[in-house]
Design a protein around this ligand. Sequence first.
Ligand code: FAD
Length: 363
Amino acid sequence: MYDLIVIGRGLSGLLFLKQYLDTHSDLKVLIIEKSKKIESRYISSWQGPGLLDLKKEYGIHADKAYKKISIRNEEITINKNISPYSYNTYDYKHVIETIFNSLKDKVEIIYDQVISVKEMYNEVNVKTKKHTFKSQYLISSTSLAKQTLKNNKMLFQYFVGTKIQIKDNHKHDTCQLMHFLQSNNEVLFNYNLPFDQKSILIETTAFGKKVHFEDLEKIHKKSLATFNFAKIIKKEKGVIPMSVDHKFHRTARIINIGLDGGFARPSSGYMLLRAAQWSIINRNTNLKDLVFKEKKLISFLDKIFLKACYYYPGLASSIFVKLFNSNDIASVIRFLADIPKLYDIVKILMNTPKKIMINALIK
Ligand SMILES: Cc1cc2nc3c(=O)[nH]c(=O)nc-3n(C[C@H](O)[C@H](O)[C@H](O)COP(=O)(O)OP(=O)(O)OC[C@H]3O[C@@H](n4cnc5c(N)ncnc54)[C@H](O)[C@@H]3O)c2cc1C
């Protein structure tokens, strides 16, 4: 019998264990992971004054830290110096390996696929393809215990990315955060991360009511064709739910975290900093009391952004352009990094197109 089973050696489970086992070193913990291979992809996060320091708390190093970002639509290109903040990009594989290695002596791991989970009065039974395990509590960031969503104002952030090696030298100090493309029924943009003079990740992203990978691949191909590239280094793709209905949920013994636990921000799909912060806050919480609660201020503004993208996708670029064009980029970053003050929210509301935001609020 284990004290805790964690399904998946994934991001949210490891961030949590890293903090929790510091204060609960006597717990008998088992991780069940279906795949030995760690996915190859990049995840990014804001860093800077007042924000949780991912290097200090988790020992993870960024592949790249951008001090400059750019946002572009048909009318305008905004280049912003965000210093003393930065937009950091991490190799997911490095993050998982680093945190997992630091936990190696504290947890057991088996590579097997969980096929069902059954909650009993005093234990949880976890059935894998080969065995059955028993535990007091279960933490899962997989969709085994998926909640039924009302699908109310739900968007999917879906994206395809290709890391390429380019022939010409490229300016590589700026993260091209959102370079909008023309679309009336989806929010559509390229998100480009230049790693050095010769390599860049081109990611084409849509916020849509449905996922249309085939169409997105075609648009992505056109974006790639604008670069004179020598070879493809790697590819990635994904879908992240953006919904205010996708809430944290738990039972007496099963705690859902990560993407399936509703951790992703409804307005952006980002989760890394939020999951890292939540894990630190809950280092001393008893497993029976572990919950995730969104801060009301963040949730209020996230809902307006989500509804604006949902009802007015063709106008979304003007919202984001105005947002990032603001004089106080620190307020915007604190909002995106989950730690806004009331005056940050007020400033953001003042700096975004009022008519669209008010219409979205009352929809
Ligand atoms: C390509 C991509 C880019 C992203 N970029 C960002 C970003 O820049 N910033 C950000 O904040 N967020 C980003 N996200 C969103 C989010 O942060 C990541 O998806 C994050 O990895 C989610 O963490 P998780 O713990 O929910 O799931 P994962 O990290 O995906 O972990 C789940 C684990 O469970 C395992 N598993 C699944 N089912 C089973 C089973 N039945 N039995 C056993 N094991 C199982 C999987 O193999 C996996 O290892 C991105 C997502 C994707 C897909």
